[in-house]
Write a protein that binds this ligand. Sequence first.
Ligand code: FMN
Length: 180
Amino acid sequence: MNGKELLLTRRSIRSFTDEVVSREVLKEIVEIAKYAPSWKNFQVARYTFVDDPTILNRIATEGVNDFIYNTNTITKTKGICVLSYVKGKSGKMDDDTFGSSKENSWEVFDAGIASLQFCLAAHSKGVGTTIMGVIADEVISEIVNLPDNETVAALIVYGYPAGEPRKTSRLEVDELARFL
Ligand SMILES: Cc1cc2nc3c(=O)[nH]c(=O)nc-3n(C[C@H](O)[C@H](O)[C@H](O)COP(=O)(O)O)c2cc1C
């Protein structure tokens, strides 16, 4: 698959086969994901993989703010990546002041870039993903025992896709792009 095909064929996947994604493959995915750009190359994103059915069940029931759609998706997965980031770094200059009016929002931005790079890396290996933002991040932090200096940005459910993904539409280029 070339780069364009990779970008155009990634879809959010919410149905998975029973095949488990091995820890070896997950490490290969992180090996690619880690090349995501980040503020001052701080590389604040962290990937906590959960494949223990008891912990998955707790996240499905306690970690999605009662959003049943996400509960149902998690119930169909064999694994979740808790995408977290190290707090208090991105957005800062060498003298510890913020580099822009967005202040520390750049840490969420970094986590977003890392998430997409993770999803594309997974897709390149035939692994489907969905990023989830409707989550109870503090509850999840507690469930997975996240270090105090990190916070949860998103969940990424993953697995080998079952069936064809849902088609999603996109706006026209003329609605998205402006030229001055
Ligand atoms: C920041 C963010 C949060 C999202 N949260 C959820 C979610 O909580 N549950 C879900 O099923 N999909 C979630 N999605 C997936 C989007 O619904 C999906 O990317 C969008 O509909 C486009 O579909 P596609 O990824 O198949 O192209 C989220 C995506 C992003 C980027």
